[in-house]
Design a binder for this molecule. Structure first.
Ligand code: ZN
Length: 402
């Protein structure tokens, strides 16, 4: 493969400064995945092309984040940027508190800050502003026509609310970027294939018909954020413009891809977005420690290919992924698909070359697929069929899809 059509341009948005942030040594969200992804993209010969640019993001202005976020919340986050509260360092506030509780200031807890999921670390505001700036830069470059595809692996903080942090997310870069694109008159679809329901983005646009939000995720019966059921379809003029596809535990490649094909392309065709924002969370992988789906990057790639096929312009965001190496592999494959390039191992056969995790399969990033069997497969199929037919009955007619 030789890349996409003539005049095609893409951007990989990355900075070491961003990738080197750490929530805490034991926190499962590891920004360093972005660095590993870029290294892997280089190793697999997916960067050195005339149409590909590697660009450094800038922190997003307070004023732009305020277009979506509550000003008071942003100010609190800014005040905590030192990583201290009342002169005490955050780790000191937490240390010595093992077990079931933390000591948290109620003033910041009401904003979801200072929890185990959303700790206060030195530079927390800078980090959040930089992740939002990276996504915003991608949106801007697409909107200006500079590129058709932008990828920010450290984006997709889909759980953050207008005035609170949640689920490892402080600033909702997705909602901030989409809010701005709407102001400029763009028609935007957001497709989320992260294993977790994108509750923050859903809430942001629940009554909006200029944004189509589709989330495929592990069912809220079994996984945080305990929402995203098929009957959550938007309200008022937004009715039918929020679509949730909850999936049962152990959903495999075949079932996920089937659910995606039945729901994604017909809705995206009918809605005809100018820009499709995609959240390519890799935590659907069978090896992910936080979730209970059974996908591999085989199914993941099929979905990404289909998404790219129906989207004129793509703003791709990393989202979750807690098996660090598997996530870097999935995102590298996604970057290849976004650029219509097949990864090629530049180091194949090099003894003592760059190893990539203990599980590397030399020469290929591709997993073999996993296919569930017996009662488990029957249970998955029944549930996927039920959800798909619910959406076809209740959402498709709103978009005049037969
Ligand atoms: Zn996730």
């Amino acid at each position: 493969m030789n890349g996409r059509a003539e005049n095609f341009k893409s951007v990989f948005i990355y900075s070491d400064e961003l990738a080197n942030f750490e929530y805490s040594p034991t926190h499962p969200f590891k920004p360093i995945r972005a660095k590993l992804t870029l290294e892997l993209c280089r190793r697999y010969d997916l960067m050195e092309r005339p149409w590909i640019r590697l660009v450094n993001p800038e922190p997003l202005d307070f004023a732009v984040m305020k277009e979506f976020h509550d000003e008071g919340y942003l100010k609190i986050l800014q005040a905590l940027n030192s990583g201290t509260l009342d002169g005490k360092h955050w780790p000191d506030l937490l240390s010595g508190r093992k077990g079931d509780f933390l000591t948290v200031d109620p003033e910041i807890l009401k904003y979801g800050l200072g929890t185990e999921d959303n700790p206060i670390f030195s530079g927390v505001y800078d980090y959040a502003a930089l992740t939002a700036g990276a996504t915003f830069l991608g949106a801007k470059m697409i909107a200006s026509g500079e590129v058709q595809v932008a990828f920010n692996p450290l984006g997709g903080f889909h759980h953050a609310g207008r005035a609170y942090a949640e689920g490892f997310c402080y600033v909702n870069d997705v909602a901030v970027a989409i809010t701005h694109l709407l102001k400029e008159g763009w028609r935007v679809a957001f497709v989320d294939i992260d294993a977790h329901h994108g509750n923050g983005v859903q809430e942001a646009f629940y009554q909006e018909n200029r944004v189509l939000v589709i989330s495929f995720h592990e069912s809220g019966r079994d996984l945080y954020p305990w929402s995203g059921f098929e009957n959550e379809i938007g309200e008022g003029k937004g009715r039918g413009f929020t679509v949730n596809v909850p999936l049962p535990q152990n959903t495999d490649d075949e079932a996920f891809v089937r659910a995606f094909e039945e729901i994604g392309p017909p809705l995206l065709d009918a809605f005809a977005a100018d820009i499709v924002v995609v959240e390519l969370g890799a935590d659907t992988h069978i090896s992910d420690p936080l979730t209970h789906l059974s996908m591999t990057n085989f199914g993941y790639c099929q979905v990404v290919k289909k998404l790219v096929g129906v989207a004129p312009r793509v703003l791709a965001l990393g989202g979750g992924g807690y098996d660090v190496y598997k996530t870097a592999r999935s995102w590298t494959l996604a970057w290849g698909i976004l650029n219509d390039l097949e990864p090629r191992d530049e180091y194949v056969g090099v003894v003592g070359g760059m190893m990539f995790g203990p599980e590397i399969e030399v020469g290929s990033l591709h997993d073999k697929t996993v296919y569930m069997m017996g009662n488990t497969k029957e249970r998955i199929n029944r549930e996927v069929d039920r959800v798909v037919s619910y959406i076809k009955q209740n959402v498709f007619p709103i978009h005049r899809i037969k």
